[in-house]
Design a protein around this ligand. Structure first.
Ligand code: NAD
Ligand code: MG
Length: 384
């Protein structure tokens, strides 16, 4: 039996790489659902190639074009944001690859969990916004949430066979991004094009900026807390510029397990979709004899203040990570449009975190409200 895959965010960096994995393993996987925000042309191309049961184009203005292009097929076409949740409620798939970027991924993922579907989770913002709600529902519905994020996939892989052994701490590795070693006097002048050049990974624009500010690692600390049920002080970040060790787990006896390999998202994507199986492939292999060094250092929290803000959000919990995430989404959006500078992003996030009312144990409704309030406040700071 083939695993029927629903890719939410199929036109993105993760989505397209997942389709490459599926194309290479036609006996293992088939495509059931594809969704895109507004890239109608790529969605049409993907649908013609993979013949899914259904596609969603969120931008309703593009519906007619997609519908017409797929008229000769039996692919069902839906449009609009609410269609994402509708198709997440379908019976006809086995696994959702949650690869939408940002807060927009939360509701469809919750719907899939409610629907009892296994989740391969790339969309870290889902856990940052409402990790307790998401993981509690996953436990109630007995739904596995398998990480796709390379660090969390590494930790997940290190934990296989260790279910009775408590974790002392996890060590999240970070490349440090394109501005490793730089100071604020340099960062103040950084522009979009420069920040989009990541040394080791090719990714969507939002996560690439998050990697340059180290907010990505902050989001990942919170993601790790929820995925692996950790206390904040069990999560450590270490800069490892070569991105060969994808992350590590330290157990109670002090022993540390690491998962390693060349930086290539196809591996964690394939691992999450095929789990518990490993599938052979011809991805390039890491060669120890050709690598002169693997190095490690502490992150510079004074320069990369987003990581300090995220640590505060992790420690305080409640709706603070949700507020931080919303402000960050707005700040990155504005930076990508040259509306604010690189360091302004941190100020917007910090001021929004101070302004919006803290709630210790929010309901899902309260998370959604906090997200909206934080977006409005951040937008007012940026004068959008
Ligand atoms: P991307 O920008 O390349 O793609 C995003 C996808 O989401 C696209 O298909 C787009 O159509 C869709 N989308 C965007 N906004 C939407 C909205 N409002 N409603 C519905 N769909 C929307 O992003 P990406 O780099 O593929 O990242 C996707 C997620 O995976 C992010 O949460 C990111 O943090 C995470 N992730 C990505 C990588 C990577 O290597 N790219 C690695 C680890 C984790
Ligand atoms: Mg990552």
């Amino acid at each position: 039996m083939k695993k029927r895959i629903a890719i939410f965010g199929s036109t993105g960096s993760i989505g397209t790489q997942a389709l490459d994995v599926i194309e290479s393993n036609p006996d293992t996987f088939e495509v059931e659902i594809l969704t895109a925000h507004n890239n109608d042309e790529l969605l049409i191309q993907q649908a013609l190639k993979f013949n899914p049961n259904a596609v969603v184009i969120v931008d309703e203005k593009k519906y007619a074009k997609v519908k017409e292009a797929l008229a000769s097929t039996d692919v069902k076409v839906f449009a609009g944001e609410s269609s994402l949740e509708d198709v997440a409620g379908f019976d006809s798939y086995d696994l959702m690859l949650a690869a939408i970027v940002g807060f927009a991924g939360l509701k469809p993922t919750l719907k899939a969990i409610e629907n009892g579907k296994t989740i391969a989770l790339a969309n870290k913002e889902t856990l940052v916004v409402a990790g307790d709600v998401v993981m509690q529902m996953a436990v109630e519905k007995r739904v596995p949430v398998i990480p796709v994020d390379s660090e969390h996939s590494a930790i997940f892989q290190c934990l296989v066979g260790e279910s009775r052994n408590p974790i002392e701490k996890i060590i999240l590795t970070a490349s440090g991004g394109p501005f490793l070693g730089r100071k604020p006097n340099y960062l103040v002048n950084v522009k979009r094009e420069h920040a989009l050049q990541h040394p080791n990974w090719s990714m969507g624009t939002k996560i690439t900026i998050d990697s340059a500010t180290l907010m990505n690692k902050g989001l990942e600390m919170i993601e790790a807390k929820w995925l692996f049920n950790l206390e904040p002080d069990q999560v450590q970040v270490v800069i490892h510029p070569q991105s060969i060790i994808h992350s590590m787990v330290q157990f109670q006896d002090g022993s540390i397990k690491a998962q390693m390999g060349l930086p290539d998202m196809k591996l964690p994507i394939q691992y999450a979709m095929a789990f518990p199986q490993r599938i052979s492939n011809n991805f390039p292999r890491f060669d120890f004899t050709k690598s002169s060094q693997l190095s490690f250092e502490a992150p510079d929290l004074k320069t990369f203040r987003n990581l300090a803000l995220a640590t505060e959000a992790l420690n305080k919990g409640g709706n603070l990570p949700c507020i931080m995430n919303a402000a960050n989404e707005l700040a990155v959006w504005a930076f990508l449009r040259n509306r604010i500078g690189f360091l302004d992003m941190t100020n917007v996030i910090e001021q929004t975190m101070e302004k919006i009312t803290f709630i210790n144990e929010p309901t899902l409704e309260e998370y959604l409200e906090s997200d909206g309030e934080a977006r409005n406040y951040a937008a007012s700071l940026i004068q959008l």
